[in-house]
Design a protein around this ligand. Structure first.
Ligand code: GLN
Length: 532
C-alpha cells in the first residue's frame, strides 16, 4: 500500500497533549501491524532545541543518531518502541537553513526565494522524506504550535497542499482542540473549538477528525453540535478526557475508534484488529501496584517536563517491579549539608539529574555524598555522574579542590574535563557528544549484572565533559570503579562503588531508551535496589 499521511494540528491553547495523541494513534496503528513513524515539526526558528532553556521547552530529547529534539519524540519512542531519527524532528530553522544553503550554492539562480513555494516545498519534502528511506504504511506528522500562530502558517500551507496532491485516501487531518468548562455557568463551551476549526477552514484545511480535550465528559448532544458546526461526522468527534496517566490514552482512543475512523476515512475497510495485549498487561500491572517507593530527584529545574524521560523511566521500572514510584523533586540550589538529612533521609533512592553550568551543582554534590555515606541506592546521570566523581575526589581521595572545568576552569584537580575533541569547538549548537555510542561493560560489575550480563551495550549521550583518565588509577584504588568504557575513545562511561548497595553513575542517558514494553535494565535494577 502507498504510504498514507496523517497530520495532527492543535487549536485553542497549547499543552493539550498533541504529542500524546500522536503517539497514541501511532501505537494503535502499529498494534494493527502497520509500519509507522511519527515526526514533529516545530515552528520555532532554532535549528534544534539543544540551545533552549529547559524552563521554556522542557527536556531536550536525543535520538540514537544524535539529533537534539523536542520531548514529544520521547513519547513517540516510549509508546511505539520505534527509534526515531533526525528526520523525525524538523524546525522552521532547519527548513530555512537548507533553503538558504541551496540559495547560496546557486541552486535557484535567477529566482526570488519565497515562503510559497520554496519554504513550503522544503516542508513537504521533509514530510515525505521518512518514507523514501524505509517502507512505511503511515507517517504521522505533528505540527507544533497552535492554529493562529504566525510561525505555523507555512506548515499549514504545506499540509494543505499535500492533502490536495495526495488525495483523501492518502492524507488526513486530525485537529485537537479544547472544550473549557465554565464552572459559574456549569457548562462546557464549544465556541473556541468552532472558531479554531473556522480558522483552519480559512486556511483551506478541513479536519476530518476532531479530538476534544476536556476535563468533563461530553454529552452526545454536545458532540453532535460540534460535528454540525465543523463539517465533521459525529463519530469523528472524539473526546480526550483527563486520565490518571498518559498510558491510558491509547486505550481510551481505541475505545472511541480514533484509529478505526482514520482508517475508514482513508479507505481501509479490512484492517487487522489491534493487538494491544502487552500494553494492557502493562496497564494492569500499573493499576495493581499498591506499595509506594519514594525516590528523590535532585536537579535544578523545578519543572516536571525538564526531566520527563527520567520520570517515565522510573514509572516503567516501578510498574514492572510492582511498585508505584513517588518522585520528590529536590531543588539542588536549596540542598545543603544542613538540610540533607531532613530532605533525603526518608528516600528509598536518589537520582542525581543531568544539567549544565554551576548553578545548583553544590547541592548535587551534597546529594552524592549523602547517598554514598548513608548507603542509599543512588543513580547519577550525566552531570549527576560527574558530581558523584567530584564528590568522591573531594571527600574520599582528599582532593579538596576537585571539580569539573565546566564549573571551575582553574581547578587544580580537573577530575572532569573537556573532551579532547571538544577543545576546539566554538559553535554551541549541535556540537556536543550526541547520540548512541558503544560501551563495554566490565564482567562481574553490578552494572553488567543489571544489563543481564551483556558485555557490549549502546547508549545515548549529550555532553562535552568527561571523566579525566589521568585520575583513573587513583579512583580505582580508592574504591570507585570504572565499569563501562567506550572502546574506541577510551572514555569512562560508567562508574560504580562495589562496596555500596547500589551507587552507579552513567555518563550517558539511559532514560532516553526506556519504553513502556521494554523498561530500561538500569532503572529496573535501581528500583529493585530501592525496594530492598
Ligand atoms: N554539563 C555536562 C557536560 O556537558 C553534563 C551534561 C548533561 O548532564 N547532559 O558534560
Amino acid at each position: 500500500m502507498d504510504t498514507k499521511y496523517i497530520f495532527i494540528t492543535g487549536g485553542v491553547a497549547s499543552s493539550l497533549g498533541k504529542g500524546i495523541i500522536s503517539a497514541s494513534l501511532g501505537k494503535l496503528l502499529q498494534a494493527r501491524g502497520y509500519r509507522i513513524t511519527i515526526q514533529k515539526f516545530d515552528p520555532y526558528i532554532n535549528i534544534d532545541p539543544g540551545t533552549l532553556n529547559p524552563y521554556e521547552h522542557g527536556e531536550c530529547y536525543v535520538t540514537a543518531d544524535g539529533q537534539e529534539t523536542d520531548l514529544d519524540l520521547g513519547h513517540y519512542e516510549r509508546f511505539t518502541g520505534i527509534e526515531t531519527t533526525r528526520d523525525n524532528s524538523v524546525t522552521t530553522g532547519r527548513i530555512y537553513l537548507s533553503v538558504i544553503e541551496r540559495e547560496r550554492r546557486g541552486d535557484y539562480l535567477g529566482k526570488t526565494i519565497q515562503v510559497v513555494p520554496h519554504i513550503t516545498d522544503e516542508i513537504k519534502r521533509r514530510i515525505l522524506l521518512n518514507a523514501t528511506k524505509q517502507p512505511l504504511d503511515f507517517v504521522i506528522t505533528e505540527i507544533g504550535g497552535t492554529i493562529g500562530d504566525i510561525e505555523s502558517q507555512p506548515f499549514l500551507e504545506a499540509i494543505r497542499q499535500l492533502r490536495w496532491e495526495l488525495g483523501p485516501q492518502r492524507a488526513l487531518n486530525v485537529h485537537l482542540t479544547y472544550v473549557p468548562y465554565l464552572a459559574a455557568a456549569g457548562e462546557l463551551k464549544t465556541k473556541p473549538t468552532q472558531t479554531s476549526v473556522k480558522q483552519l477552514q480559512g486556511l483551506g484545511i478541513q479536519p476530518e477528525v476532531l479530538v476534544l480535550r476536556t476535563e468533563h465528559s461530553l454529552s452526545d448532544e454536545l458532540r453532535r453540535k460540534v460535528a454540525h458546526f465543523c463539517n465533521v461526522d459525529v463519530e469523528a468527534v472524539i473526546q480526550s478526557q483527563d486520565l490518571p496517566s498518559i498510558y491510558e490514552v491509547p486505550v481510551n482512543m481505541q475505545r472511541q475508534g480514533l484509529d478505526a475512523i482514520c482508517l475508514r476515512k482513508m479507505g481501509i475497510s479490512n484492517a487487522p484488529r489491534p493487538e494491544l495485549g502487552p500494553w494492557l498487561h502493562f496497564l494492569e500491572l500499573r493499576h495493581s501496584a499498591q506499595s509506594v517507593i519514594d525516590i528523590a530527584l535532585v536537579g535544578k529545574y523545578d519543572l516536571q517536563d525538564a526531566y520527563k524521560s527520567i520520570l517515565e523511566s522510573l514509572a516503567h521500572a516501578g510498574t514492572y517491579n510492582n511498585r508505584k514510584v513517588r518522585t520528590h523533586f529536590i531543588n539542588s540550589e536549596h540542598l545543603s549539608a544542613d538540610n540533607a538529612d531532613q530532605r533525603l533521609a526518608d528516600m528509598a533512592g536518589i537520582v542525581i539529574c543531568p544539567g549544565f553550568g554551576q548553578r545548583g551543582i553544590e547541592g548535587k554534590i551534597v546529594a552524592a555524598e549523602y547517598g554514598r555515606t548513608h548507603d542509599i541506592p543512588t543513580l547519577g546521570i550525566c552531570l549527576g555522574m560527574q558530581t558523584m566523581v567530584i564528590e568522591f575526589a573531594r571527600n574520599v581521595l582528599g582532593l579538596q579542590d576537585a571539580n569539573s572545568t565546566e564549573m571551575d576552569p582553574q581547578t587544580h584537580d580537573n577530575v572532569i574535563d573537556l573532551m579532547k575533541e571538544q577543545k576546539s569547538v566554538t559553535q554551541m549548537g549541535g556540537t556536543m557528544r550526541l547520540g548512541a555510542y558503544d560501551c563495554e561493560l566490565v564482567r562481574g560489575s553490578r552494572t553488567w549484572q543489571a544489563y543481564g550480563e551483556e558485555t557490549l551495550i549502546k547508549e545515548r549521550h549529550r555532553h562535552r565533559y568527561e571523566f579525566n583518565n589521568r585520575y583513573l588509577r587513583e579512583f580505582e584504588q580508592g574504591g570507585m570503579q570504572c565499569v563501562g568504557i567506550n572502546p574506541s575513545a577510551d572514555l569512562v562511561e560508567i562508574v560504580e562503588l562495589p562496596a555500596h548497595r547500589w551507587y552507579i553513575g552513567t555518563q550517558f542517558h539511559p532514560e532516553y531508551s526506556s519504553t513502556v514494553l521494554h523498561p530500561h535494565p538500569l532503572f529496573m535494577s535501581f528500583v529493585r535496589a530501592c525496594m530492598e
